[in-house]
Design a protein around this ligand. Structure first.
Ligand SMILES: Cc1cc2nc3c(=O)[nH]c(=O)nc-3n(C[C@H](O)[C@H](O)[C@H](O)COP(=O)(O)OP(=O)(O)OC[C@H]3O[C@@H](n4cnc5c(N)ncnc54)[C@H](O)[C@@H]3O)c2cc1C
Length: 468
């Protein structure tokens, strides 16, 4: 693609007004740098439309002139999808002004929001109506619903409520020629042909720009039982999950696995402390919603009897509950403080979690014996973040040079076990070149055809999701 002309840029600026257009490199820096700073971009213009109509007019100009547009919401994505290329040819369209909560409907259990609404603000608006919007992730104070839907975000409560896709009833989308599709429906049942909404969800801005959404709300749980449990092995955690589901009447809303090394990092770099007096090779953080008193005690007794758990503590207050969650949520940041970290985000069937951890860890350590493997995360969904920290004292740049080799190991085991190499972060730029290898020719061709159909000029987020 060529650089947009001055005239094209002026036409776009005229749509939003000078105040909402950024052309100065220093002012646009925060839009150009991705969360991990692996894919910094360069752009002649950041446009910040304030309405769907403005998004539509900007995209129509891009379509007329063949200008590439990169949509960005909260810019917390982890696969390089939300920043522009470095060649200065792409315009960045930020949804950050479109933050309105349009309607909370407590009767229909829905909330209608603009795409730039911050996830935490949506949760709070739901709570004010005594409802729950259950999508929850560590970036919730920064990420925005347009980005959550475009990446089909998962997070902590997928076990009970599903991922972003499962939480969405309707969408409004600006198509690549600027036309607006208003699919803001509140229906739970609507079998009138192909599901267009699901095509846009998870498409990472490559098929259309989401401008608003109708989301599902749920009754707000009145009480949580949150427990931190010491388990001897990942297989014990898998078995504990089954007991937890059974004995709670399927009321487990979260089930996170973490190894001791994750706690070591967290205790070293933060004020968080292991709530258990004893060390254990593995821990589970689980949360039950609205269960009868004593439910977790019964689960724990059954687990101890089968040697699946050695110790546990139940949060006795909201502060203790929050302290347990803080341990989990600090984990990605503390890894950053331990030097280079090679990131993975895989899923396998839950029954294969233990085999995955064993084989992936062995594979990485065979390759680099002093590497530190941290496999942790949303085990209840079969999803692990397999992050490999550099050996103590290694040079970060040199270690990161092993990214492809280490990732080949962690991905290879996932694929062997019929898993996925991107459980929740998407493909973006980081994984797009792997697409051909992980999809059958038929599946790959269908994806290419969808892209051609929805974006025939290739102006929407070029170079993301599919290989160029
Ligand atoms: C600390 C931390 C913890 C995280 N934890 C989780 C987790 O538990 N689960 C999880 O799934 N993810 C997690 N993530 C990743 C990230 O937060 C999510 O992917 C989030 O959903 C991205 O939202 P965003 O608003 O920041 O999107 P952005 O980063 O702005 O964009 C992400 C992608 O969506 C596209 N896009 C953005 N807005 C639109 C739009 N309106 N229309 C069309 N395309 C659009 C962008 O072009 C890009 O490809 C985490 C990230 C961080 C930094």
């Amino acid at each position: 693609m060529t650089k947009p002309s001055k005239d094209t840029l002026s036409r776009m600026i005229a749509v939003v007004g000078e105040r909402n257009a950024i052309t100065d490199a220093a002012d646009m820096a925060r839009y150009m740098k991705d969360w991990r700073n692996h894919y910094p971009g360069v752009s002649p213009l950041v446009v910040r439309p304030g309405s769907t109509e403005e998004v539509s007019r900007i995209v129509a100009i891009a379509h007329d002139t063949g200008t590439a547009i990169v949509p960005q919401s909260g810019n917390t994505g982890l696969v390089g999808g939300s920043t522009t290329s470095a060649d200065g040819t792409q315009v960045l369209l930020s949804l950050d002004r479109m933050q309105r909560i349009i309607e909370v409907d407590a009767t229909d259990y829905t909330i209608t929001v603009e795409a730039g609404a911050i996830l935490q603000n949506i949760q709070q608006a739901a709570e004010q109506a005594d409802r729950l919007f259950p999508l929850s992730l560590a970036a919730q104070g920064m990420c925005r619903i347009g980005g959550n839907l475009s990446t089909n975000a998962g997070g902590l409560n997928v076990l009970a409520y599903g991922s972003a896709r499962d939480l969405c009833l309707g969408l409004e989308v600006v198509l690549s020629d600027g036309r607006i599709w208003n699919g803001l429906r509140k229906l739970r049942k609507d079998n009138t042909g192909y599901d267009l909404r699901d095509i846009f969800i998870g498409s990472e801005g490559t098929l259309g720009i989401i401008t608003a959404a109708v989301l599902k709300l749920f009754p707000r749980p009145r009480a949580y039982e949150t427990a931190f449990v010491a388990v001897p092995s990942p297989q014990a955690a898998v078995d504990l999950l089954a007991i937890t589901k059974d004995l709670s009447g399927n009321r487990a809303v979260a089930f996170e696995l973490m190894p001791q090394i994750c706690l070591d990092f967290t205790e070293k770099h933060t004020a968080c402390r292991n709530p258990l007096a004893t060390r254990s090779p593995w821990y589970v953080l689980t949360e039950l919603a609205d269960t009868p008193n004593g439910t977790f005690e019964r689960i724990f007794e059954a687990a101890v009897e089968r040697k699946l758990a050695s110790d546990a503590v139940i949060a006795q207050s909201e502060a203790q509950r929050q302290a347990m969650w803080d341990i989990r949520e600090q984990m990605p940041d503390t890894q950053r403080l331990e030097g280079g970290s090679i990131k993975g985000d895989i899923s396998v069937p839950v029954s294969r979690i233990a085999q995955y951890i064993e084989e992936a860890t062995r594979g990485v350590l065979d390759y680099m014996p002093a590497a530190r493997v941290l496999a942790f995360g949303h085990m209840g969904d079969g999803n692990l973040h397999v992050n490999v920290s550099q050996p103590v004292g290694a040079i970060e740049e040199e270690f990161l040079g092993h990214w492809d080799a280490i990732t080949a190991i962690t991905h290879g085991v996932a694929l062997k076990l019929q898993g996925s190499i991107s459980a929740e972060h998407g493909m973006g730029r980081m994984k797009r070149d792997k697409m051909r290898a992980i999809k059958s020719p038929v599946e790959f061709e269908m994806m290419r055809n969808l892209k051609r159909l929805f974006d025939p000029k290739g102006i929407l987020n070029p170079g993301k999701v599919l290989p160029e």
